[in-house]
Design a protein. Sequence first.
Length: 488
Amino acid sequence: MLRRDALAPCAVLLVWTIGIAVACMQLVNVQQRAAEDLMLREARALFQQIVLAQAWNAGFGGVYVQTPAAANATLCPSPDELVVLPDGRTFQRIDPPCMAQQLAALARARGYEHSFRMVGNPARHPGVELEAWEAEAFRRIAAGAREFWIIEPDAGAGRSFRYLAPLVADQSCSQCRTEHACAPGELCGGIAITLPGIHDHDVTMQAMASVRRWFIAVWIVGGAALVLGVLLLVRSRRAALEAARAKSDFLAAMSHELRTPLNGILGLTDLALAEALSEQQREYLLTSRHSAERLQRLFTFMLEYARLDVRDYKAGTGEPFALEDCLQVLRHDFKARAQEKGLTFHMEVAPDVPPVLTGDMNMLVVALSQLLDNAVKFTDSGGVELRVTVQPAGLRKWRSLLGWEAPTCCLAFTVQDTGPGIPGELAGKLFEPFVQGDSSLSRRHDGVGLGLALAQRIARVMGGKVTATSEAGQGALVQLTARFALPE
């Protein structure tokens, strides 16, 4: 079985081969269409030559040719067209239709590939014998077509090009045979032209032979370049993933090892605070505890970020939880912090939000904690609000109704504050790791810039995203969307 990394080059080579084959087929089709266009031009040119010869004949009222004493039925069936000169020579008048018939007969006798014949209008000559394609041509011409052509299989292995254009009478027609003359502008008939067969195999082979070497060279060079490029990309991606995994493993291990002694420091600090202490000693211990909590929170962020940096991590599914339990955890963690700063803290859940969801509650709490932590941290007056609403289902609703996938629900968690807002220059880099609004050493707020990046990664794992809208000095509105399965 092919390795997973080998599938990408094979797929690229397959797509490249299909592309070359399609290009080759398109070129063959272009060659065939060019051959058909050439046949059409030849048929039109032959038709114009025949019409020009007939116009020349009609301009003289017919032409006379010397014949034996008896009328030549092959030239003209009427003996009244004979003229005998005093010296005994006999001439017979040939009108334009007869001359065209003689030219067609001469072409067949000499074995010319092009053939044509005069065809009467079936509307004026009901008894005229027409081939199927000629009858169809007159129907099309009667409907307004200027000409008709078709490619039909012939007796051989190819196809014949058949063309018919109408003959419309003009004033010169009455000079030849008044008893059979058409009124000017009337459709008298047409000229049916048949050109030699177009051999599909020969045309295809000729087109293939002319470009075969070039296509083979392009396929080899282009395919080799594509496969080499994909292999390099796969190798680079594998190296990047291994480096990211090693970095994440190191970060997770270090965060865990550092959090263990911190827990001891916090525990002993709590024990010391329970003893009788002077005000200064208690202040020292409280400052120490606050610093340890900040450090513990930082290591927690780093650990969660390292968790999500591993590409094969997926949010837990199949664990039903009550949304109110999640909100209660957040309320417990942030309401007291907001009140310490004199801020209002409010949560609102829309009536149509399902009370029980199936998903990873712990990851949702972590993501929302990052948003609320930033809102409380950067807001000095006013308040912080968390709203939970249902996002429109869109096409997923129909997919669920049709039974193509299990019913799901997309929730939007919107955090709005009255803080200073987000500077415009940070809008494009807001969700990048280690990006802060104030990165100077004298900044007022702690943190390393992982909060929003962590929330964005969690949201993507849970089938959603994080977006932020803000204007400087007017607060910020950050929305996290996530998709949850609905319990049966």
